[in-house]
Design a protein around this ligand. Structure first.
Ligand code: TXA
Ligand code: MG
Length: 522
């Protein structure tokens, strides 16, 4: 088939409207993305849309209208809330779903008893609908599974030879598809975020529920609130991972990488190959540029791309929703200062695991070392310790660590007291040292309440006998003393219940266990 490229002239739009009226397919600009249109009331014409896009037949299309009144014949009833939204927003990048009328066939509605209707803001789109003399069914004008086209050239890439005509109307104003809200359910539910935000909708109709699949992956057996949710969205050939964190955390993180690329904001100080998608402060610009950036990614010859995460409110919710799908819901959260926290019982072999992770390039922050640093001669906390555990624990201003340990571990109360004095100081020091991918080596991770500071927690455990042997040999103490120390610690069950991963160290291969865990985490 020959695909004609048309302009937005009066003559060309009239020509396009004749194609639509005659049962053909025309791609046209809207303020969101380009649409691939056919006469919504002609089932044979609408079938061709599914064919040209390679779209599953149960994924319904949006019906576009030129005037607000045109919605009445397409739906069973315009509910009061729907009426309020139409009056407040139409024409807009907003789609409302209502129970369909008899005019709407099963091909357009994907077999559902509802229909999605939108009155676009873009004038060329409205002129085309008006002149065609019928509502226009139009999904985004991309091949199914590719990003929605924000420029005519992307429509040409995907649809040349498959449709009758493409109207080149320049770049789209918003760049992400319309907000989709259903009013066919008891509570108005946001199915797809867009430039008309949840906040804007709530100002008009009160509470709007956000379908869980908007911001998170769908559970294995969850039913999709909107058929579009269950289909795989654009995932670039290169694996993309979303990175949550501040600008600085993101920069430090990606700049420690080789062989990788970045999808970041303008002005991010990134040393690896990068593609940007707008300024951090401008969510509309991010929306406008995201799909363009995603299409560009495929030309990127890198192993992995780290995408800087947008916000989740306002228009950012739309950007987040599209990007998280492109990332296959893969997220690294740097707002947790420590990538991994390692903890475990005395003598279980934590040290070996930390050493191994160091070899993998992790920065390891050693809590015991920090604990010694913050109790060095001259540190003010020594006076607090002396008041509570006896002045004689200080000898010429130096802490007698053995004596303090003896007193502090004598009873549960004393141990708790020592912890309440030291843990917060140690925690703050550790966090101040954390950067990039780093490991927190913390025997007392749970006691210090630092699990929330770690993206994942690994516990290293071993049988009691094994541990006693190790401690006795390592610290040159008696079996009795070893038992006493161990009694003050959490049980193996506690670690099994509270850690994300557990490494067993009774002779099993530690390296294999570590590698398996790293594969999941990274
Ligand atoms: O901005 C837009 O909405 C663009 C332009 C061309 O108007 N169109 C667009 O259409 O993005 P499409 O087909 O790519 O996305 C429509 C989404 C799909 O996820 C579909 O599953 C959902 O809306 N949808 C359509 N009718 C529905 C219905 N009756 N119930 C639930 N979801 C529906
Ligand atoms: Mg689409």
């Amino acid at each position: 088939m020959q695909t004609r490229i048309l302009s937005t002239s009066e003559y060309d739009v009239a020509l396009a409207s004749e194609i639509i009226a005659g049962g053909g397919l025309v791609a046209f600009p809207t303020e969101t993305v380009y649409g691939l249109g056919a006469n919504a009331l002609n089932e044979e014409a609408v079938k061709k849309i599914y064919l040209a896009k390679g779209r599953p037949s149960d994924n319904p299309l949006i019906v576009h209208i030129a005037k607000k009144e045109d919605i009445y014949e397409l739906v069973e009833e315009v509910t009061p809330k729907a009426k309020a939204l139409i009056d407040a927003f139409f024409p807009a990048p907003l789609t409302v779903i209502l129970k369909k009328s008899k005019l709407i066939g099963n091909v357009v509605s994907g077999g559902l008893d509802t229909v999605a209707v939108r009155m676009p803001k873009n004038e060329i789109a409205r002129r085309l609908i008006e002149k065609s003399g019928c509502p226009i069914a139009a999904p985004s004008a991309n091949t199914s599974g590719l990003p929605s086209p924000t420029r005519a050239k992307y429509v040409v890439d995907d649809m040349m030879g498959k449709i009758d005509a493409i109207i080149d109307g320049g770049d789209c104003e918003f760049g992400v598809e319309s907000t989709v809200i259903t009013l066919a359910t008891d509570v108005p539910t946001l199915l797809r975020p867009g430039a008309v935000t949840k906040e804007m909708l709530e100002e008009v109709i009160g509470e709007v529920y956000v379908a869980p699949a908007v911001l998170e992956g769908m559970a294995e057996n969850e039913e999709a609130a909107s058929p579009g949710m269950k289909y795989k969205h654009y995932s670039p050939k290169t694996r993309v991972v979303m990175v949550q964190g501040t600008k600085e955390q993101y920069e430090n993180f990606v700049n420690s990488k080789t062989d990788c690329g970045a999808l970041c904001f303008d002005g991010d100080d990134v040393k690896i190959p990068k593609i940007t998608y707008g300024k951090e402060s401008d969510e509309l610009e991010q929306a406008r540029e995201l799909f363009d950036a995603l299409r560009e990614l495929d030309g990127f010859k890198v192993k992995k791309v780290y995408a800087r995460a947008p916000g989740k409110d306002g228009v950012s919710m739309a950007v987040y929703n599209r990007l998280i799908r492109a990332c296959g819901f893969d997220i690294i959260d740097l707002t947790k200062p420590f990538t991994v926290g390692i903890t475990g019982q005395t003598g279980a072999g934590k040290g070996y695991v930390c050493e191994k992770l160091r070899q993998y390039g992790f920065e390891v922050i050693d809590c015991d070392k920090i604990a010694r640093q913050v109790t060095r001669k001259g540190e003010s906390v020594l006076n607090v310790l002396a008041e509570n555990f006896g002045k004689d624990i200080l000898v010429n201003g130096e802490l007698d660590r053995k004596l303090l340990a003896k007193r502090a571990f004598a009873t549960r109360e004393k141990t708790d007291l020592l912890n309440s004095i030291l843990h917060q100081i140690i925690r703050e020091k550790c966090i101040s040292l954390a950067k990039g991918i780093c490991v927190l080596d913390a025997p007392q991770l749970f006691e210090a309440n630092m699990q929330g500071d770690c993206y994942k927690v690994i516990g290293v455990v071993a049988n009691e006998d094994t541990r006693i042997k190790r401690i006795v040999a390592r610290d040159n103490i008696t079996v009795e003393q070893a038992r006493q120390r161990m009694a003050a610690q959490y049980s193996q069950e506690y670690f099994l219940d509270n850690c994300d991963f557990v490494i067993y160290n009774n002779g099993e291969s530690l390296d294999t266990q570590i590698e398996n865990i790293l594969e999941v985490i990274l």
